[in-house]
Design a protein around this ligand. Structure first.
Ligand code: DAK
Length: 258
């Protein structure tokens, strides 16, 4: 029997990708990460898709990397096989906007996968943690890098050094998530955000994502320079003219994504 580890649905220009491991905790096995990477890379290349929502089960967005596999791992193999690196590279290099819709546990790699989302929506019972320290490990996919950028040094250090979880309410206050809604509304809220994104011009959406992401990767002067170039570049697009003219004509713009 072939089990589909990832399910894909389309709602207009928004794709909904659901981690569907037989274990509802969605441990991020190599097989699951391969299926997720394949799906996300395909959507990133698909002209009809302008926003991607990633979610898990009602019990867990994901409970982290596969501890079974890590229990067997050696240093030599981790280094020579570049353990986990390729799987994660493929899910973290998307150019289209990604909304993570988190219900239940987002632990370790699950929290890091949520942070790959450009926007994170959480259910009110969601739990975020970087519990790797309890396994004799440190976070490996952004817990020491994206997390402090999202929540600041003190809370990131507390999470990484204690491994203890934070609630959705605390994640909201810290800036890890953009909204907290009832668990039952998480996916629909993320899809609504996705639809609101997908109304816009695809090349401009990609430019916004790239430029905003720069804010976490470079100096202010470099980031502002990048932003200005990207802004000037918009004047090469039909969609820029259409957007401005539609505003002046008091009508909805019809973007052609070029
Ligand atoms: N991996 C494998 N199996 C897992 C798992 C995981 N992460 N989480 C849970 N399971 C399995 C359990 O072993 C158990 O299996 P059976 O005994 O039934 O065969 C089953 O799922 C149910 O789990 P529990 O019995 O523990 O369920 P509870 O409701 O009592 O607890 C829990 C739920 C989510 C609180 C608990 O299972 C838990 O604490 N899970 C582990 C969470 C964790 O420590 N996650 C961090 C893993 S380290 C990197 C990229 C990524 C990473 C590193 C590097 N690179 C790009 C280099 C990421 C690292 C990590 O995520």
């Amino acid at each position: 029997m072939t089990v589909s580890l990832v399910t894909l649905e389309h709602q207009g220009a928004v794709a909904l990708v659901t981690l569907s491991s037989p274990n509802a905790l969605n441990p991020l096995t190599h097989e699951l990460m391969t299926a997720l990477g394949n799906t996300l890379q395909m959507l990133d290349a698909d002209n009809q898709t302008r926003a991607i929502v990633v979610t898990g089960s009602a019990r867990a967005f994901a409970a982290g990397a596969d501890i079974q596999a890590m229990a067997q791992m050696t240093y030599a193999r981790a280094v020579t096989e570049n353990f986990l690196a390729d799987d994660w590279q493929r899910v973290s290099t998307l150019r289209k906007p990604v909304v993570a819709a988190v219900r239940g546990y987002a632990l370790g790699g699950g929290c890091e996968l949520a942070m790959i989302g450009d926007i994170v929506v959480a259910g009110d019972t969601a739990v975020f943690a970087q519990p790797e320290i309890k396994l004799g490990l440190l976070p490996g996919a952004g817990g020491t890098q994206r997390l402090p950028r999202a929540v600041g040094k003190s809370l990131a250090m507390e999470m990484n050094l204690t491994g203890e979880p934070i609630t959705a309410a605390r994640a909201l206050a810290a800036g890890l998530v953009s909204r907290v809604v009832p668990d039952a509304d998480v996916v629909n809220t993320a899809l609504t955000i996705g639809e609101s994104i997908a109304r816009h011009s695809l090349p401009v959406l990609m430019a916004v994502k790239a430029a905003t992401s720069r804010a976490f990767e470079t100096s202010l002067a470099e980031g502002l320079s990048y932003e200005r170039s990207a802004f000037h570049g918009c004047f090469a697009l039909d969609d820029q003219r259409e957007g401005c003219v539609a505003f002046l004509e008091r009508r909805v713009p019809h973007f052609n994504h070029r």
